[in-house]
Ligand binder design. Structure first.
Ligand SMILES: [Zn+2]
Length: 447
C-alpha cells in the first residue's frame, strides 16, 4: 500500500476525541472535518456541525480518534528480526557497508527503507525521526512523501550519524572524523544532502560494542559535540545523541545536544541541564529512553536473542540505567519523548505502541501521559508542534481511528481501524507481523 495518497475531503463524526494535550482532554460526540489540503478544518460537537457537500462521512460512534503516533527514534534498514552479532563487529560492518553501497545493495536498501516507512505508517505512526541511516535513503523517502508520490509518515531524516573512527555505528551508519573541524564538516555534509535531523554517537552502544563496558563509554568530548551542535543549530536543526552512561549523558548535555537517546540515571546537575540548557537550540533538552530496544535483550533467553555474552552484560548495565533515567525524568517532570530504535533486535517497525506500554509499566507514566509523550510531547521535542501532534483546527490531519479507548487499554493501538497521515487516509491499514517476536515480547513484558 505505497500508492499515491488521496486527498478527498472527509468528516469523522460522533467520535470520542483524545486531543493529545498534556491534560489528556477527551471530547465526546465530536466531528472532525478534514479538507483537501490535508488539514483539520474544524473540531466541534457533532450536534452543531453540518457536514459540507462533497465530504465523505465516516461515522465513528463508539470509536476513539487520537493524533497519529510520533516515533522519535527509528532506523529503516531492517525489520526487527534478530541482527546477526557478526554483522555488528567492525569487520562485519565494513562488509555490510560496502554491500549496501554496491549496485546490488542500493536498490535492496531502498526497498527495505520503503517497506519500513509503510509498516510504520500502517501501524499508526504519522511522524518519524530517523537517527542513523546508511546513506540518504530517508531523505529521499521524505521528499517522495512530501511531494505526494508515495503515502507515508512525515519524516525528519538524519542520514548517517556522526561518530569517531571505529565508534558506535561506524562504519555502517556513520560518517567519522577525529577533530571538532571534522565533526563540523560531517554535520555540514549531512545538511547539504538535505538531512533535517542530526545524530551523534556520544558513547559506545550495546549492539556493536566488542568489550565489556564499551557500551556506555564516552567516545566524543564536549568540543567535538559542540562543533556539531553549532552547525546544526545554525540551520535550526536539533541534535540527538546516543548516550548510554551518566558521563556520556552529561557531556552531551554540556555540548548542547537537544535529545538524549537511551540515557542513564540522572543526577541533579543533569536534571538542571535538561531544564535549562544554554547551548541547546530551544534552551532545554529532552530524554528519549527507547525502553523497547534494551529490555528484550535482558528479558528473553540468550539462546533466542542470539546475542553474545558481552552484548548481554553490556545490555544489563545499559537497561538498568535507561530505566532509572526514564523514571527520574518522569519524577522530575522533564520532557520525555517516545522512540523505539526500530531495526534493532526484536524492535519491529510496527510496535511503537509497546513503548507507551513500557513507559506505563516500568517508568511510572499514566496512559494519558504516555499518549501525550507520543503525540504533542514528541511534536514539541522534534520542533513540529506547529503542524502536528494534536487534533486542532489548522494542524495537519495526522490521526488514528481506534476501536476502543487507549486510555483504558493501550493494546487498542495495535490495530488502528484507520490511519490518516497529512489528510490522506489508509483505509485498511495492515502490517505483516512476526508472531514469534510478538509472543516473546508479550511473555517478557507480562512479568
Ligand atoms: Zn538507534
Amino acid at each position: 500500500m505505497t500508492g499515491t495518497p488521496s486527498r478527498e475531503p472527509f468528516a469523522i463524526t460522533h467520535a470520542s476525541v483524545i486531543t493529545g494535550d498534556r491534560a489528556g482532554t477527551t471530547l465526546e460526540d465530536t466531528t472532525i472535518l478534514v479538507g483537501t489540503a490535508g488539514r483539520i478544518e474544524q473540531v466541534a460537537p457533532s450536534i452543531a456541525t453540518p457536514i459540507p457537500d462533497g465530504y465523505r462521512m465516516l461515522d465513528a460512534t463508539g470509536k476513539t480518534v487520537m493524533p497519529g503516533l510520533i516515533n522519535a527514534h527509528v532506523h529503516l534498514f531492517s525489520d526487527g528480526r534478530p541482527l546477526n552479532p557478526k554483522m555488528a563487529t567492525p569487520r562485519g560492518q565494513r562488509i555490510t557497508a560496502s554491500l549496501m553501497h554496491s549496485p546490488i545493495g542500493r536498490p535492496y536498501l531502498k526497498a527495505r527503507a520503503k517497506a519500513s516507512v509503510t509498516t510504520l505508517l500502517n501501524s499508526g505512526v504519522t511522524t518519524i525521526r530517523t537517527l542513523g541511516d546508511v546513506g540518504y535513503e530517508a531523505v529521499e523517502l521524505r521528499d517522495m512523501i512530501g511531494d505526494g508520490r508515495m503515502a507515508g509518515p512525515r519524516i525528519l531524516a538524519s542520514g548517517p550519524l556522526l561518530a569517531v573512527p571505529e565508534g558506535h555505528g561506524a562504519p555502517l551508519i556513520a560518517l567519522t572524523g577525529e577533530t571538532p573541524d571534522d565533526m563540523a564538516r560531517n554535520a555540514r555534509t549531512n545538511l547539504g544532502h538535505g538531512s533535517n535531523a542530526i545524530k551523534i554517537a556520544a558513547t559506545g552502544g550495546v549492539t556493536d560494542a566488542q568489550r565489556l563496558g564499551e557500551a556506555g563509554s564516552p567516545q566524543m568530548d564536549v568540543d567535538r559535540m559542540r562543533a556539531i551542535c553549532d552547525v546544526a543549530h545554525e540551520s535550526g536543526v536539533i541534535v540527538a545523541a546516543h548516550a548510554q552512561s551518566p558521563e556520556g549523558v552529561r557531556l552531551a548535555l554540556l555540548a548542547g545536544v537537544d535529545t538524549i537517546e537511551h540515557g542513564s540515571e540522572l543526577d541533579p546537575s543533569m536534571i538542571e541541564l535538561f531544564r535549562h540548557n544554554p547551548h541547546a537550540l530551544r534552551g532545554w533538552s529532552a530524554l528519549v529512553p527507547t525502553l523497547s530496544a534494551g529490555l528484550p535483550m535482558t528479558l528473553i533467553d540468550q539462546r533466542t536473542t542470539g546475542i553474545t555474552d558481552i552484548q548481554l552484560e553490556n545490555a544489563r548495565t545499559v537497561v538498568a540505567g535507561m530505566l532509572a533515567g526514564a523514571n527520574d525524568a518522569h519524577d522530575e517532570g522533564l520532557r520525555v519523548g517516545v522512540g523505539t530504535d526500530t531495526a534493532m533486535t526484536f524492535v519491529t517497525q510496527y510496535n511503537t505502541w509497546r513503548e507507551l506500554d513500557l513507559l506505563v509499566k516500568r517508568a511510572g507514566f499514566t496512559a494519558a501521559e504516555a499518549i501525550h509523550a507520543a503525540t504533542l510531547g514528541n511534536a514539541e521535542i522534534l520542533g513540529v508542534s506547529d503542524v502536528t501532534g494534536s487534533i486542532e483546527t489548522g494542524k495537519a490531519a495526522d490521526l488514528l481511528v481506534l476501536e476502543g479507548d487507549p486510555l483504558l487499554d493501550l493494546r487498542v493501538l495495535k490495530t488502528p481501524a484507520l490511519v490518516v497521515a497529512n489528510g490522506s487516509p489508509v483505509w485498511r491499514p495492515k502490517t505483516r507481523r512476526f508472531d514469534d517476536i510478538d509472543a516473546l515480547l508479550d511473555r517478557a513484558y507480562r512479568e
